[in-house]
Design a protein around this ligand. Structure first.
Ligand code: AMP
Length: 534
C-alpha cells in the first residue's frame, strides 16, 4: 500500500471543523424568537457530550436515534454526536401525518426520540404507539414528566468521549421518503457517502461554499439532510445560520443581521420573502447565491433574482441521491449570453458533478440520445446514490448501479439535464409529497364516486396543488362539498384537493389504468378558481 487509507467518516468532518474552524459561528434562531450562538469548536465538544449522554442511556453502535425537530444548533450537535457513537440519526419529517409517523418510527425501531417543544402535541398523541422508543428528550425545553431535557443531559458530560471505531461503510443517517403508494421508504446514508457528498457540495460549480460563506439552509434538516449543508459547511468552516421558523420576516432579518451569503430552499419560501421585501423595502443584504431545489424554480422567480443581481441556481436531487444529482452551473460562455439565454440556462436542472452519472432510457430500457429533444426516464448512479432501501429485500438500483428516479427528463448535448415530467404518480406541494394514488383511493370511498383521478396543477405559492377529477355514479347526488367533507378525516388537511371537477369519463391505458400522463398534459395550464378570484 503506497498511500494512507483513513476512512471517510462523518466524525472526521466535525473533528476537522472543531480543530481548524473552532471560532466560526453557528447561529440558531429559535421558535420563541431568541437567537443563540455557538461555534464549530463548541459543536465538536457538545457532540462528544451528546454521545456520552446517549451511551449512558444505553444507546450503542447501530441504534437509531430519531429527531422531530426544526433547524437549530442542538439538532446539529445530535447529528454529529450520534455519528460518533456509531448511531444512525433518523430525521423524522413532522409534516407527515400520524399513521406515517407511527409507521416510520416503528419501522426504524428508533430507541430515542429527540423533539422540539412545538412538536409536543404530536409526541403526546402518538407515544403509546411507539413501543421501541425508550427515551423522549426535549431539545429546547426543561425536563417535564418522563420527557428528559437535552440541555440537562449534555450539561452533565465533560466532552471527553472517544468516538467509537467506525468503518466508512457504516450507516450514519436515515431519512424516509413517501413514495407513490404504500408506506414511506427509508434511505440509509453511510459515513462514506455523506463525506464524499460534502466534499462535492462545496465545489464552485456546485454550492460554491468556503470559509467566508454564511449559509442559511432554509431547507429543513429532515429533508435529505438539509441537502447535506451541515456536512459540507464543516469541511470549509462556513458559518451556519439556522432558523426554526420559515416566516418571511424572520428569514429576511436573519439574512441581514447575520450577513448570509448563501441560502438553499424550495421555491415556495421565496414567494413570501419577495412579498415581504416589496412591502418593507428590505434588500438582500450580502446574499449572493440562492440555491433552489425540491421543485422547479418558476421562470419569473429566476428573472427576478437575476435582475436583482443574485446568482440563482437549480439543484436537482432526491432523498435517494443524498440529495445532489445535478446543479445549475454557469457555463464557460456565460458572459457572452443574452439575458434570455441565461434565464433559459438557469431554468434547466443543471449538470451532474464528478461522481454522478446520468442517463435517460425509454420504456424498454433502451438508452436514449443526449440530443436535447428526446425525453425518457431519468436514471442515476454514483457513490452517494441509493443501492437499497432500508430493510428492503431487493436492491433499488440495477446490477450496474442505475437507479430509476421516477422523473422524466432530457439531456442536452452539453450535459445539462432538464426535467420535463414525472413518471411517478405524485404531486409536490410546497416541497412535500402528496400521493395521487392514495388521494384517489380515499376519494373512491366517497358516496356517489365511481372513479377519481388526482392531478397536480400549477399554483404560484405551492408549485403544485391537487385537483380531483371525479366521474359520478349514475344518478348519484354528489357535490364538491360532499366529497371534501368525506375526505376531511381520511387524509391530512393539506392533501385536500383545491378543487373537485366532475367529468363524464377519464382516459385509460390499454390495460385499464388511468392515463395520468394525458391528464397531466390536459390540465397543464389549468388555472385554479381560487386564483382567478384572487
Ligand atoms: P425528495 O426525495 O422529496 O427530495 O423529492 C425528489 C423529487 O423532487 C425529484 O425526483 C423531482 O421529482 C423533484 N425535484 C427535486 N429537485 C427538483 C428541481 N430542481 N426541479 C424539478 N423537480 C425537482
Amino acid at each position: 500500500m503506497s498511500m494512507q487509507g483513513q476512512p471517510l467518516l462523518v466524525t472526521s468532518l466535525i473533528d476537522h471543523a472543531a480543530r481548524e474552524h473552532a471560532s466560526r459561528e453557528i447561529v440558531s434562531r429559535w421558535a420563541d424568537g431568541s437567537v443563540t450562538r455557538s461555534t464549530w469548536g463548541e459543536v465538536g465538544k457538545d457532540a462528544r457530550r451528546f454521545a456520552a449522554a446517549m451511551t449512558k442511556l444505553g444507546i450503542a453502535k447501530g441504534d437509531r436515534i430519531a429527531t422531530l425537530a426544526m433547524n437549530h444548533g442542538h439538532h446539529l450537535v445530535s447529528w454529529y454526536g450520534s455519528a460518533g457513537l456509531g448511531g444512525v440519526l433518523h430525521t423524522v419529517n413532522p409534516r407527515l401525518f400520524d399513521e406515517q409517523l407511527v409507521y416510520i418510527i416503528n419501522h426504524a425501531a428508533d430507541r430515542v426520540l429527540l423533539f422540539d417543544a412545538m412538536f409536543l402535541p404530536i409526541v403526546e398523541r402518538l407515544r403509546d404507539q411507539l413501543p421501541t422508543v425508550e427515551h423522549f428528550i426535549l431539545f429546547d425545553a426543561p425536563a417535564q414528566g418522563d420527557y428528559k431535557s437535552y440541555r440537562e443531559l449534555i450539561g452533565a458530560e465533560d466532552g471527553r468521549f472517544q468516538w467509537v471505531d467506525l468503518d466508512e461503510r457504516d450507516p450514519v443517517g436515515l431519512c424516509y421518503t413517501s413514495g407513490t403508494t404504500g408506506n414511506p421508504k427509508g434511505v440509509l446514508y453511510e459515513h462514506r457517502s455523506n463525506v464524499i457528498h460534502a466534499i462535492t457540495e462545496i465545489q464552485p460549480d456546485v454550492f460554491d461554499m468556503s470559509n467566508r460563506s454564511v449559509v442559511l439552509p432554509i431547507v429543513p434538516m429532515f429533508h435529505a439532510n438539509s441537502w447535506g449543508i451541515p456536512f459540507a459547511a464543516a469541511t470549509v468552516g462556513a458559518k451556519l445560520v439556522f432558523s426554526a421558523s420559515n416566516d418571511a420576516q424572520v428569514l429576511c432579518d436573519l439574512i441581514h443581521n447575520e450577513g448570509v451569503t448563501h441560502s438553499a430552499g424550495v421555491p415556495t419560501v421565496w414567494i413570501a420573502m419577495f412579498a415581504h421585501m416589496d412591502k418593507t423595502g428590505i434588500g438582500y443584504g450580502k446574499l449572493a447565491r440562492v440555491i433552489i431545489g425540491g421543485s422547479a424554480c418558476p421562470r419569473a422567480m429566476i428573472e427576478r433574482f437575476m435582475k436583482d443581481d443574485i446568482e440563482v441556481a437549480h439543484a436537482w436531487g432526491m432523498t435517494e441521491t443524498s440529495p445532489i444529482g445535478t446543479m445549475g452551473k454557469r457555463p464557460w460562455n456565460w458572459d457572452a449570453m443574452s439575458f434570455d439565454e441565461k434565464v433559459d440556462n438557469v431554468a434547466k436542472q443543471g449538470c451532474p458533478p464528478f461522481g454522478v452519472e446520468l442517463r435517460i432510457v425509454d420504456d424498454e430500457d433502451q438508452i436514449l440520445p443526449r440530443d436535447g429533444e428526446t425525453s425518457g426516464r431519468l436514471q442515476i448512479r454514483g457513490p452517494w446514490i441509493i443501492q437499497r432501501y432500508y430493510r428492503a429485500d431487493e436492491d433499488a438500483a440495477d446490477e450496474d448501479g442505475w437507479f430509476d428516479t421516477g422523473d422524466v427528463a432530457l439531456i442536452h448535448p452539453d450535459g445539462v439535464m432538464q426535467i420535463t415530467d414525472r413518471a411517478k404518480d405524485v404531486i409536490k406541494s410546497g416541497g412535500e409529497w402528496i400521493s395521487s394514488i392514495e388521494l384517489e383511493n380515499a376519494a373512491l370511498g366517497a358516496p356517489g364516486v365511481q372513479e377519481a383521478a388526482a392531478v397536480g396543477v400549477y399554483h404560484p405559492k405551492w408549485d403544485e396543488r391537487p385537483v380531483l377529477l371525479v366521474v359520478k355514479k349514475p344518478g348519484a347526488d354528489v357535490s364538491e362539498a360532499s366529497i371534501t367533507a368525506y375526505l376531511g378525516d381520511k387524509i391530512a388537511k393539506w392533501w385536500l384537493p383545491d378543487e373537485v371537477i366532475f367529468v363524464d369519463a377519464l382516459p385509460h391505458t390499454a390495460t385499464g389504468k388511468l392515463l395520468k400522463r394525458q391528464l397531466r398534459e390536459d390540465y397543464k395550464d389549468y388555472r385554479l378558481k381560487s386564483l382567478a378570484a384572487a
